[in-house]
Design a protein around this ligand. Sequence first.
Ligand code: MD3
Ligand code: FE
Length: 216
Amino acid sequence: MSARATATRLQLGPGLTYLPGYLAPGAQTALLDEIREIIRAAPLFTPRMPRTDQPFSVRMTNCGPLGWVSDMSGYRYQATHPDTGEPWPAMPDSLLQAWRDLAGYPRPPQACLINTYAPGTRMGLHQDRDEQDLGAPVVSLSLGATAIFRVGGLNRRDPTRSLRLGSGDAFVFGGAARLVFHGIDRLVAGSSDLIEGGGRINLTLRRVDPAPPDGV
Ligand code: MD3
Ligand code: FE
């Protein structure tokens, strides 16, 4: 995959950078092929809400040294797939490259969460706070159908705005935007032919472990 290192970077707010069309069409299909290979090795699983055991409508997998999982006992990062017990597949170079290009952070990503959406799937408003290194940004890459993305503030009841995450778009959520509430309201039907059946895949690259103390 060769991303557009020169893509337009739009600063939408403090810590919130939007790069529309960061992945050219050829880079999107190449990345999709890599993700399909990862899914063959690490099949999609259905996360469940802690305590209530309610299934998410999004199906997930991960690549990289750590992966995010959720079940009755809680949300956490772990080194193995919850169903197969196998280590997660390696992170492709293309994703490491995107992190180097976009994150502005010295250490490499430790987890890539792969969320898959069928039409009708949504993701409720939430914060990402299971990572111990909140100084590192989360880098998001979207493939397939456009998603209506909702982003608010640091309190659940803060006003929200709606953005579109289209195929090939990159977002960086760092600094003041790292702990904002966000969610996916819906997919836009007919917005992309990349994924059969109008589906969508979102990749989020993350640091998990605490940052070492300064100067060490
Ligand atoms: C803002 N994913 O995986 S991507 C998630 O499209 C998640 O699958 C959505 O929310 C998706 O946790 C939204 C945009 C995104 C991802 C992570 C963030 C925005 C974020 C972390 C912190 C702040
Ligand atoms: Fe999130």
